[in-house]
Design a protein around this ligand. Structure first.
Ligand code: IP8
Length: 258
């Protein structure tokens, strides 16, 4: 199994509330189909989740009743986003069904638990891709919390034999600083725990689920013998397809877990 996370930056415009990049997502779905590989897609929330979640402090859990309408709005928005991603997958010829983590699973103090995930396994056994995403998830300790698609990826790795993990972003890989603002930003071909520890403080974009450094930590946790973990640019036509075919592409490869 190959797990592909379509990041919020590649499927939405993160700066504009609820803007979906339909042509971009259609291209990525076709590339997944053309690869012929067994893939499960997870996606981020982008501007369908982070903007309202940040305004109302949803990542900190339940504080007071004023947050509740925002919880419902984010749940509605990320489900609509999921519907659009699933539509593009189906149009590309991939049978897919949305499985909202917040409607099916729980968190314990910020940690998502999928249990035995019979539903996910049975969809996969039928040849249907279950598509989960970053969501508001009920939390036994904090009332609710924000579960990132990255955390969903980590749980899926435990459930399915996973040969490869791909994070699809809107930049070529991991940079020392924001490459869109800093012409001197340096891209790393490889990331390890040590490197991340050294460069993390200079890193950019703090969204409600921890930004780039959080994503890298998640990738490093998923590293295991016999499993490749890459971050690539999904805005470049053909890059995801090449990586899925096992070709060399521009990427940041996470190394750890041995
Ligand atoms: O975009 C965030 O998920 P992510 C989920 O995968 C929400 O980090 C609702 C902001």
């Amino acid at each position: 199994m190959i797990l592909v996370k379509l990041g919020g930056s590649v499927i939405t415009d993160k700066s504009e509330y609820r803007t979906f990049d339909a042509p971009g997502v259609a291209m990525l779905c076709r590339e997944i189909k053309d690869s012929g590989k067994d893939v499960i897609v997870v996606h981020g929330a982008g501007s369908f989740g982070h903007i309202i979640a940040k305004e109302h402090g949803l990542a900190d859990g339940y504080k007071d009743k004023s947050q509740i309408p925002a919880v419902a709005e984010v749940c509605r928005d990320v489900r609509e986003l999921n519907g659009m991603v699933v539509s593009e997958l189906i149009s590309a010829g991939i049978p897919a069904v949305g499985v909202p983590p917040g409607s099916c699973f729980m968190m314990d103090d910020g940690v998502l638990s999928l249990g035995d995930a019979e539903v996910l396994r049975r969809f996969v056994d039928l040849g249907i891709m279950p598509v989960m995403f970053g969501d508001v998830v009920l939390d036994r300790k904090q009332g609710f919390g924000i579960c990132s698609g990255d955390q969903v990826m980590e749980r899926l790795c435990d459930l399915f034999p996973t040969e490869s993990v791909v994070f699809v972003s809107d930049v070529d890989g991991l940079y020392s600083t924001n490459p869109k603002e800093d012409p001197d930003a340096v891209m790393y071909g490889v990331v390890t725990e040590d490197l991340l520890g050294n460069v993390e403080s200079a890193m950019y974009v703090a969204d409600v689920t921890g930004g780039v450094a959080g994503k890298m930590r998640s990738m490093l946790r998923m590293c295991a013998p016999g499993r490749d973990c890459h971050m690539i640019n999904g805005k470049v036509p053909g890059r995801l397809l090449s990586l899925l075919r096992g070709e060399e592409v521009i990427s940041t490869k996470a190394i750890g877990g041995d």
